[in-house]
Design a protein around this ligand. Sequence first.
Ligand SMILES: N[C@H](CCC[C@H](N)C(=O)O)C(=O)O
Length: 277
Amino acid sequence: MQHEHPPSRLPFLKMHGLGNDFVIFDSRGSAAVVTPELARAIGDRNRGVGFDQLAEIRSSDMADIDLDFWNSDGSRAGACGNATRCVGRLILDETGKDEVTIRTERGILIARRAGDEVSVNMGHPQLMWDEVPLSRPVDVEHLPLDGDPVAVGMGNPHVVFFVPNAEETDVAGWGRKVEFDPLFPQRTNVEFAEVRARNEIRMRVWERGTGITLACGSGACATAVAANLRGLTDKKVRMEVDGGWLTLDWREDGVWMTGPTQLVFKAEFDASFLERV
Ligand SMILES: N[C@H](CCC[C@H](N)C(=O)O)C(=O)O
């Protein structure tokens, strides 16, 4: 990180939502600190802290906070449902309100208390995502899987494949190939969904810029939308991901996602670590 005077203290939080784990900076009232290099250094699970996404809270003049996301490869993520829920929990607790607004790259999202859990309105699915229209069958002849996936934008790109058995699906093998397929110029997050009932889906995910994660909130929203558009499920479903359960509800005002959040620890980086980035 090219600081003339590297900060001697850089506090952060570690949180997770269903095992989708995050390093979170609160940069309100000061300059943004995250660079792609810093994200990669902190994202290193051996030499840094490790995370699926890094989130930076910024002061906002349009919402309670602004929130930016990075993947562990240093790329930006336009949306991150589980981190939005985790940071939503922080701001709900800080303000004592029942509802807060969070401005992300894709717009202003609402986070609400839902008992012990947090609900976030992840907004409307995008009908067009680059040149891949929603629900258009994708030519996967050159990919190592058959199928008729559904491309859904939730502020970030997703492609959902329906599979007979999610446990037996080679998520890493197929996910990596699909992420980097030329069909997806911005690369893509890849979901593998097994529909168990009209109100239940088992989903496993390969995330763009990160790889296999235990959960992906925006991917869960995209999967619920894709399955409903295919006529396979109702608008409200429970979804089992590797890290646990989420509830998705595609309503008039957007896709609502509800699930747990956990603060793990608060710490700060040592100046010697920051100087070497
Ligand atoms: N874990 C996140 C999504 C990260 C997506 C990111 N990998 C991208 O490049 O879009 C979630 O809960 O929605």
